[in-house]
Ligand binder design. Structure first.
Ligand SMILES: C[S@@+](CC[C@H](N)C(=O)[O-])C[C@H]1O[C@@H](n2cnc3c(N)ncnc32)[C@H](O)[C@@H]1O
Length: 216
């Protein structure tokens, strides 16, 4: 297990008061569309890792049980306030590391990771944990930006990686190696529009367990 770097969540903790103002509305319509499309059935157990201020929370149907986890208490305090103000009894939040989830194996029907795989220090470890806590046959849903496959654009965004890392996210994660290394059984990969920078990825945990994760 790699050493956990606090930097990413620390940055978001400091940034929490501004997060909803800057990203809330932009991110919400994307997440609403992704969650609607899943048609989550009644009684489903959902985990959202790196849930932050709960940007996605209004989109979840009240007939499922959602747990949001995040390492940044200031982000979670905002999510908690939304839960209280809206009387959402189907939502709870807990402070927890996405790289070391405090849940038993096979606990959730859905594991969501929205705008978080490029923020955690070890995305491969995060997906291994998501697979562990996902029930056999359950879904892992990722929304994120990945480095472009267009050579010039890809090289440019990779060159920016040291700067964006300092700011709190990486820009050198390419989709195909990510899928290969995490050994995700991918069912669907799509973009919400032709020009969107963000990719939506549906993975499924095999019913007979999951394939071992390879190291990067
Ligand atoms: C870009 S924000 C995304 C928040 C939310 N998912 C959204 O779409 O608005 C990334 C979040 O990941 C959280 N985070 C970073 N490292 C984490 C870790 N190791 N475990 C759990 N959360 C983490 C940060 O605190 C932050 O809230």
């Amino acid at each position: 297990m790699p050493e956990i770097e606090a930097h990413e969540s620390k940055l978001y903790a400091e940034f929490a008061p501004l997060y909803d103002k800057i990203f809330g509305k932009i991110f919400y319509s994307r997440l609403e569309s992704v969650i609607d499309d899943l048609d989550i059935p009644p009684g489903a157990k959902v985990l959202e890792v790196g849930a932050g201020t709960g940007t996605s929370f209004p989109a979840y149907p009240t007939h499922c049980q959602v747990t949001g986890i995040d390492l940044a208490p200031d982000m979670l305090a905002r999510a908690q306030r939304k839960i209280r103000d809206n009387g959402w009894s189907h939502l709870t939040v807990r402070e927890m590391n996405a790289l070391d989830l405090d849940f038993p194996d096979n606990s959730f029907d859905y594991v969501m990771a929205f705008h978080v795989v490029t923020v955690v220090p070890d995305p491969i470890r995060m997906i291994a944990e998501a697979k562990r806590v996902c029930k056999p046959g359950g879904k892992i849903v990722i929304v994120n930006h990945f480095t472009s496959d267009f050579p010039l654009l890809g090289a440019l965004t990779e060159a920016l990686d040291p700067i964006t890392r300092w700011l709190g996210w990486r820009t050198n994660l390419r989709l195909k190696p990510f899928i290969k290394t995490t050994d995700l059984a991918v069912e669907r990969v799509y973009k919400l529009s032709k020009t969107s920078l963000y990719t939506v990825l549906h993975g499924r945990k095999a019913r007979n367990g999951f394939r071992p994760t390879r190291e990067l």
